[in-house]
Design a protein around this ligand. Structure first.
Ligand SMILES: C[S@@+](CC[C@H](N)C(=O)[O-])C[C@H]1O[C@@H](n2cnc3c(N)ncnc32)[C@H](O)[C@@H]1O
Length: 268
């Protein structure tokens, strides 16, 4: 194992989004409920098929790893904290405690590698993308999905826009998250010598259902730390939270950028 994690910041899973936070498992289940219907068509579009060797990086609560296995794939599901993968019992899924920053897999191993809402939080994200691309077999696909800050920045509600902007700045300072990284993914995938690159974007609108519950849980989980840090006042935090209960509140809550590229087949 080589160590490239020299950044002095705490890692994503050591902070307010750590698995030890009592509400984090539920929040990650909401992430799955909201974003799996966006992710699955993207993975289907890559042609996932029985016997594919798949790697799900930062697997969280494991729904995409399970879905890959249901397609007949052989799946490795990794995370630095595998606690929430306790619910993955499919015999085609191997759960591995693995840090994508510091650890490797053998080059040329996988037909499909997927990471959702993982790389944007890792300061070494550009180098990790290039490293992970090297784990693809010829013809294998790399699919990266991360948030697009543009949706939250476009909110016409000042209370929500200010709260979300404070959250974005807090996560950038505390962890090194870059919510503006995702739109350049096709360029980075091309720079990693991948071909057939592409991108799609989906926006989550509040629905008084799982989308709203996911964003409410996310704002609630970060809010007190942001108030304590002085980025917003208690009253501003409360004003943002009240919007989630306002039946007239209609807003873009989040955007996800899905991007993909493929290792060239031998001889092409
Ligand atoms: C926002 S969650 C997303 C979970 C899942 N990918 C999903 O979208 O449902 C980020 C996940 O990445 C994991 N993670 C963070 N840093 C990691 C690292 N360096 N290597 C592997 N996993 C990591 C976290 O523990 C967490 O489970």
């Amino acid at each position: 194992m080589t160590s490239t994690d020299n950044n002095a910041r705490p890692r994503y899973s050591e902070t307010l989004f750590g698995h030890a936070v009592p509400t984090e498992r539920h929040r990650l289940q909401l992430v799955q409920e909201v974003f799996d219907p966006i992710t699955i068509p993207v993975l289907n579009g890559r042609g996932i098929a029985p016997k594919w060797r798949c790697l799900e990086l930062g697997a969280g609560a494991g729904s995409i790893a399970r879905w890959m296995a249901q397609q007949g794939a052989q799946v490795i599901a990794t995370d630095t904290d595998t606690t929430f993968l306790d619910c993955v019992s499919d015999e085609n899924v191997q759960v591995v405690k693995h840090n994508v920053v510091t650890e490797d897999f053998r080059p040329g191993t996988f037909d499909l590698i997927h990471a959702r809402f993982v790389l944007e939080h890792l300061p070494q994200r550009d180098a990790i993308l290039a490293k992970v691309a090297g784990w693809l077999a010829p013809g294998g696909w790399l699919v990266i999905e991360d948030a697009g800050a543009f949706a939250m920045e476009a909110s016409p509600y000042p209370a929500m826009r200010n709260m979300r902007d404070a959250m974005r700045r807090y996560m950038a300072d505390a962890i090194g998250t870059d919510a503006h990284w995702a739109p350049q993914l096709p360029i980075l995938l091309t720079a990693a010598d991948l071909v057939e690159t592409g991108m799609s974007v989906a926006v989550i609108v509040n629905d008084n259902g799982p989308g709203t519950a996911f964003m409410r849980a996310t704002v609630a989980q970060l809010g007190q730390a942001i108030v304590a840090g002085g980025q917003v006042t208690e009253a501003e935090f409360a004003a943002a939270m009240r919007l989630f209960d306002d039946p007239s509140y209609v807003d873009m809550l989040a955007a996800v950028v899905s991007a993909w590229g493929r290792r060239p087949l031998c001889g092409i």
